[in-house]
Design a protein around this ligand. Structure first.
Ligand SMILES: [Ca+2]
Ligand SMILES: [Ca+2]
Ligand SMILES: [Ca+2]
Length: 340
């Protein structure tokens, strides 16, 4: 049998490790520190042979701890969302809506007005103020109060009498007329007013109109033909022109003057017009006729329309009686008006 010693530390009285030639005399094997006997030889102890590793250091990693923290935070987000939703719905919506709506009185009748036609020739044409479209919410009968809210300066036009519709209205001067209607039901409840606008436009190329402020004072409008002479057949005025004068081309009435209106005791208006005047210089004169006496200063206005549009207007004071005042000349070739 082979006897050997495997040891790391020498024993004073026995063989040192690695020395296989010596054995204890009594064959008793004594192993050194860190070794033990196994099957008759000394082998290192298992505790010392295994190296110590630092595996346990990795076990304490904080990775898993931090990973779970944000998960639970996001989970709590949807909780506060449903809370604020019902708050604004009940607070803002119902407040502003009902306040402005119930203001109008539901019992008011409604005035609806118009004028037919909307444009007419002054003096000769008529228009109808129409209020028959007005309504009452309870079907009550209505009273119709029409009035003229605005008329051209100098106009003496009147709203025709009648009920809902007022026919036969005459515009005595060119310009704009505004009619106003208020309806009242049988309970005495009035509507808001409505308005309709009528335009009076001359269709003649030359239209001269005149009115004055104070009566009684008889002003007369005169229109002289080119190279015309006062109070002859070349002067259109009250005594010779109400049915027209044959000027220009003989037998052709389109170049003839006509006096549409003459007023004696009021304030006018008076009017002379020519559909298509011959080229030339025409003269506008106002005569303060002495039959109606007003000695004080009396403002007199002359309006001249060319091709339907106001081309010239002026107001001059005439004092005393039986005077002739030249207001302007009209060049129908160049469509110009000159002060005189
Ligand atoms: Ca007159
Ligand atoms: Ca003629
Ligand atoms: Ca006078």
């Amino acid at each position: 049998m082979r006897i050997g010693i495997l040891c790391a530390v020498s024993v004073p009285w026995a063989m040192s490790c690695g020395d296989t030639s010596l054995t204890k005399t009594n064959d008793e094997l004594i192993c050194g520190p860190g070794t033990h006997e196994e099957a008759g030889v000394c082998v290192p102890n298992a505790d010392t042979a295994e190296p110590v590793e630092s595996d346990t250091d990795a076990d304490s990693d904080p990775d898993t701890d931090t990973g779970s923290d944000p998960d639970t935070d996001t989970g709590s987000d949807p909780d506060p969302d449903p809370d604020p939703d019902p708050d604004p719905d009940t607070g803002s919506d119902p407040d502003p809506d009902p306040d402005p709506d119930p203001d109008p009185d539901p019992d008011l009748p409604t005035a609806v007005c118009s004028v037919e036609p909307t444009t007419i020739r002054p003096i000769s044409d008529t228009a109808t103020w129409v209020g028959s479209e007005s309504t009452d919410p309870d079907g009550l009968s209505l009273r119709y109060d029409w009035r003229l809210l605005d008329v051209p300066s100098g106009s003496t036009a009147m709203m025709p009498s009648g009920s809902a519709n007022r026919s036969g209205f005459v515009a005595d001067l060119a310009g704009e007329y505004v009619g106003e209607l208020i309806v009242t039901n049988t309970d005495g409840v009035e509507s808001e007013p409505c308005e309709a606008t009528l335009n009076a436009e001359p269709v003649e190329s030359l239209w001269v109109e005149m009115f004055w402020e104070f009566n009684p004072d008889d002003m007369d409008l005169h229109l002289l033909a080119p190279d015309g002479v006062l109070e002859t057949e070349t002067d259109c005025y009250f005594s010779n022109c109400s049915s027209g004068l044959d000027w220009g081309v003989e037998g052709d009435s389109s170049d003839d003057p006509t006096l549409d209106l003459d007023d004696i005791s009021g304030t006018g208006p008076e009017n002379i017009n020519i559909e298509s005047p011959q080229p030339g210089i025409y003269t506008v004169i106002v005569h303060d006729y002495p039959s109606s006496v007003f000695e004080l200063s009396n403002p007199v206005t002359v309006n001249i329309y060319l091709d339907g549009a106001l081309a010239w207007t002026d107001t001059r004071s005439i004092v005393g009686e039986n005077t002739y005042t030249t207001f302007a000349t009209i060049d129908t070739e160049t469509s110009t008006v000159t002060d005189m």
